[in-house]
Design a binder for this molecule. Structure first.
Ligand SMILES: NC(=O)c1ccc[n+]([C@@H]2O[C@H](COP(=O)([O-])OP(=O)(O)OC[C@H]3O[C@@H](n4cnc5c(N)ncnc54)[C@H](OP(=O)(O)O)[C@@H]3O)[C@@H](O)[C@H]2O)c1
Length: 220
C-alpha cells in the first residue's frame, strides 16, 4: 500500500512531555512504526510540560517529519492558552465525542478557531448499552443500517473526524460503509436529545485524575 494512502496518528504520553523527552519519544515511535514521516502527532493529555513538547513538535513539523500537530483532551481554555502562547496552533483536538457526550459548544469553539474536532470513543466504547439504544436502533432500522453506522454517519455529517476501533475485519468494513445514506434533520434532532453533556469516562479537570494519570507510566 502506498504510504500516502495511509494516515497515521500517534500520541505523546504525559511522562514524555518536555522538549528533550518529546524528541526522544517521537524517535521511539517512528522506529516502532517504521515510518519516515508521521501524519499527525498529538499531545495525549493537557498535563506536564506541554509547552516544551510543543516547541519540539513545532520543530519536527517545520522539518517535515510530522505533517500536522495537535492535541487531545484539551478543553477550550487549554486550547486558547496554546493558541495565544505558541507560533503554530493545533490542527486537531481529539476529544471524547459520541451520542451521550456531543461536545456541541466545544465543537463551535474549535471551528471558530480553525481547529478540527476528532472524536475518540465514537461508540462510547459500548457503554450505556449504546448499540441497543432505542432511538439509535429506530433510526438504523429506518435506513437499513446498523447503529454503529448511524453513529459514524451522524458524526461525519457534523464534520467530526471519526476513528472507530475494532479488532474485527467485518466490523471495520461495516464502519467504512457509511457513504450511501444520509440522516435527515429529524434523525439529527432525535440523536441531539441523547446528549448528557458529560463524560462517560472521567473529568479531565478532576485533580485526582490529573494526579493518577500523571503517575501512570504510559497509556495507550
Ligand atoms: N485520546 C484519547 O485520550 C483516547 C481515549 C480513548 C480512545 N482513543 C482512541 O479512540 C479510538 C476509538 O476507540 P475506542 O476504543 O475509544 O472506542 P470506540 O470506537 O467507541 O469503541 C470500540 C468498541 O466498539 C466495538 N465495535 C467497533 N465497531 C463495532 C461495530 N460496527 N458494531 C459493534 N461494535 C463495534 C469494538 O469491539 P471489537 O473491537 O470487538 O469490534 C470495541 O469494543 C482509538 O483509536 C483509540 O486509540 C483515544
Amino acid at each position: 500500500m502506498p504510504r500516502n494512502e495511509l494516515f497515521v496518528t500517534t500520541k505523546l504520553w504525559i511522562a514524555d512531555t518536555g522538549y528533550d523527552k518529546t524528541k526522544r519519544a517521537f524517535d521511539r515511535s517512528m522506529k516502532r512504526l517504521q515510518l519516515e514521516y508521521l501524519d499527525l502527532y498529538l499531545i495525549h493529555q493537557p498535563y506536564g510540560d506541554v509547552f516544551g513538547s510543543w516547541r519540539a513538535m513545532e520543530e519536527l513539523y517545520r522539518e517535515g517529519r510530522i505533517k500536522a500537530i495537535g492535541v487531545s483532551n484539551f478543553q477550550p481554555d487549554r486550547v486558547m492558552d496554546f493558541i495565544v502562547h505558541n507560533e503554530v496552533a493545533p490542527a486537531v483536538d481529539q476529544i471524547e465525542t459520541h451520542p451521550f457526550h456531543q461536545q456541541v459548544e466545544t465543537q463551535k469553539f474549535l471551528t471558530e478557531n480553525n481547529i478540527q474536532i476528532e472524536s475518540w470513543g465514537p461508540f462510547a466504547e459500548g457503554k450505556n448499552n449504546i448499540f441497543g439504544n432505542a432511538v439509535l436502533v429506530a433510526i438504523a432500522e429506518k435506513h437499513g443500517k446498523t447503529v454503529a453506522q448511524v453513529i459514524l454517519r451522524w458524526l461525519t455529517q457534523r464534520d467530526i473526524i471519526v476513528i472507530p476501533k475494532s479488532v474485527r475485519k467485518d466490523r471495520m468494513a461495516e464502519n467504512f460503509d457509511i457513504f450511501d445514506f444520509e440522516l435527515a434533520q429529524e434523525d439529527m434532532n432525535a440523536i441531539r436529545q441523547l446528549d448528557t453533556g458529560a463524560s462517560l469516562f472521567f473529568d479531565h479537570r478532576d485533580p485526582a485524575m490529573v494526579k493518577f494519570l500523571s503517575e501512570a507510566k504510559r497509556n495507550t
